[in-house]
Write a protein that binds this ligand. Sequence first.
Ligand code: BDR
Ligand code: CA
Length: 311
Amino acid sequence: MKHIILDTDPGVDDALAFVLTFNSPELKVEAVTTVAGNVNHEKGHRNAKKLLEFLGKTDVPICAGAVNPMLRKMSHAEEFHGKTGLGDTELPEPKMQTDPRSAVQMILEKADELGKNLTLVAVGPLTNIAAAILSDPALPEKVKELVIMGGAFNLTPYGHGNANAVAEFNIWHDPEAARIVFNSGIPMVCAGLDTTTYPEYRMSTEMFNEIKSKNTARSNLVVDLCGSLVKRFNGFSLHDPQAVAYVIDPTIFTTEKYKVDLEVHGEITRGMTVVERRSYRRNPNEENHEIIIKVDAERFLKLIMDRVVGE
Ligand code: BDR
Ligand code: CA
């Protein structure tokens, strides 16, 4: 059993990651922490509660996190995720209470309690994780690892940006936070756009239609979440579920280790994740960023069907 904290900005694909997480007996969710990103923090936090209530997981502590990026102005992706952040869903207004501990407090507390048995899973901007590292610089050595959805590493033909030509949204949204995290020494695994937008690893229109035909509470949720995006983008990129799937079963994935740094000043490259590939500069002792470069499509999509959609 893996103990995790899920740090998230729900978000349509975050919502799928929730369903995957809470239907996976391999994972024990210690807390959900929210961060501003796809939508403002208030909406994202409410969405996280809606999802926990939908899944019957109201016993999981939910903690509020960063309302803004560290230095930048808040920007959102409602154009993609819909006004509420959850596509066309109409989940009831949530009743559950927010835990009195902040996201940072919860992360630090659980790291002290669980140490190497704690995996941090961050599928939104890295503001909360950076703030936790600034509060406790020993955090990177305490936990097992940090698994993120983030980055565009140019390691596959699809490893280009979505927020600009070279940067992925989560990193672009708060590049200073990402820089702190990537340079902190914390062991990281990154599910970036290289594999989350790779055509074979996406939810195809055929897969969506199969989900739709099931007509269960969970399949209908998936349809309401991503139906319009499937039409718009000819399928749906399973960004955040890919990071969670890695935690559930890393054998589905092939990774390569590099040292990655962040571009924060670039006029047109803000948030670029820069991979050191020069052989004469590579030093295995510094390479603590494991990048997913390949996915066993069949096993990954089966996991999504079995766990997110179910029977
Ligand atoms: C990432 O940004 C958000 O839009 C998604 O939730 C995902 O975490 C993809 O770039
Ligand atoms: Ca997200």
